[in-house]
Design a protein around this ligand. Structure first.
Ligand code: TXA
Ligand code: MG
Length: 333
């Protein structure tokens, strides 16, 4: 207690998993790799543990957490009714980056649900998360392991940099393969209602015409500022606009970073290059941008750029989720 030493990053071998399970059983909290982003995991059914998760993140108490399970067998205990729609989605997408919102059972403490009568649940598709969930036999509440409002962590070092001694230990699962948070779907009715976009797209779910939906059809979390790095983020829609904006920013004396596809980056380095770019990240398509977006935000801060220019990607598949995060970052949250 009272220590300010950063938490250890442990290799996710048998010893690391055992150590993490022991921390969780003691009521501690662990940085957990998943296929989407790193989570800040603790026993979902112990209110005092969940209270600490909220405090560590500085998260508003009315923004509920996602409960993670090793497999679908634990679902009965957490929810009132598993609707036919939920059964179908579980069959098609679990384990995977799809979170289901269902009526909560009384076993789920109100703080975990942000005071709502529903609970969000998912089974992650990541070997380390799966092993820890199975070894600990716990249902783990795990919001993204970032201070509230900041970009989500996609590497173990991001968790340590963001939360420091607020976390007891971090398991090293390397870089996350998807890079943006899970799709959140209300599965109580006959049709899925998308509350937050992710890799499992509206096209796949057959709800492509649903649009953004009214405010009550968004997750509570989407009301709050999100994904905002300390530099300005600006979306550019093509190589010409990228070149023009870069020239203008450099002329104004700004330090600039660029996230774009290989061809656009190469064009910046060619003959009439407008000047020095302090930080670049290559992302050739929407899948690559999803994987590198949050890391690019955090890297741009470390490189002390004033402005990060990011090339837009098509809003297909995970592209909708990426552009949603990017627009929020560009708007300052
Ligand atoms: O990919 C992910 O989902 C990651 C990894 C760690 O699993 N977790 C994550 O958790 O993104 P978090 O807490 O950062 O985002 C959870 C989102 C929030 O937008 C929250 O409002 C929404 O899920 N949510 C949670 N419970 C809900 C509920 N009962 N009804 C509606 N939305 C809910
Ligand atoms: Mg989050």
């Amino acid at each position: 207690m009272g220590t300010t030493a950063p938490p250890p990053i442990l290799a996710a071998d048998a010893a690391g998993i055992e150590a993490a399970a022991a921390v969780l059983h003691r009521g501690g909290i662990v940085g957990l790799p998943t296929e989407t982003v790193y989570g800040l995991a603790g026993d979902a059914l112990r209110a005092e543990v969940v209270t600490r998760i909220f405090a560590t993140k500085g998260r508003p108490p009315d923004n509920p957490l996602i409960v993670h399970l090793a497999d679908e067998r634990g679902l009965d205990q957490l929810v009132g009714e598993i609707t036919p729609l939920a059964r179908a989605l579980v069959r098609d997408y679990w384990p995977g980056p799809l979170t289901l919102v269902l009526d909560a059972s009384p076993a789920v403490p109100p703080i975990t649900r942000g005071g709502l009568t529903t609970v969000a649940v998912r089974v992650p598709d990541h070997p380390v998360a799966s092993r820890l969930l199975a070894t600990s036999s716990l249902a783990l509440a795990a919001p993204s392991a970032n201070p509230s409002g900041r970009p989500s962590p996609t590497r173990p070092e991001h968790v340590v940099a963001g939360l420091g001694a607020g976390v007891d230990l971090v398991l090293d699962g390397g870089p996350c393969t998807i890079g943006v948070e899970s799709t959140v779907v209300d599965a109580r009715g006959r049709w899925p209602v998308v509350l937050r976009d992710g890799l499992v797209s509206r096209e796949e779910l057959g709800v492509v015409g649903q649009g953004q939906g009214p405010q009550q059809h968004r997750s509570p979390g989407t009301r709050y500022a999100h994904y905002t790095p300390r530099c300005s983020v600006e979306i550019v829609t093509g190589p010409t606009q990228l070149g023009a904006r870069l020239r203008a920013c450099l002329a104004a004396g700004e330090r600039v970073g660029v996230v774009a596809d290989a061809a656009s980056l190469a064009a910046l380095r060619s003959g009439d290059a407008p000047g020095v770019v302090d930080y670049t990240v290559r992302a050739d398509d929407e899948v690559a941008l999803a994987r590198s977006l949050y890391g690019a935000f955090l890297g741009a801060e470390d490189a002390a750029v004033d402005r990060l220019l990011v090339m837009a990607v098509p809003e297909r598949g995970v592209g909708r989720a990426v552009m949603d995060r990017l627009r929020r970052a560009a708007a300052g949250g």
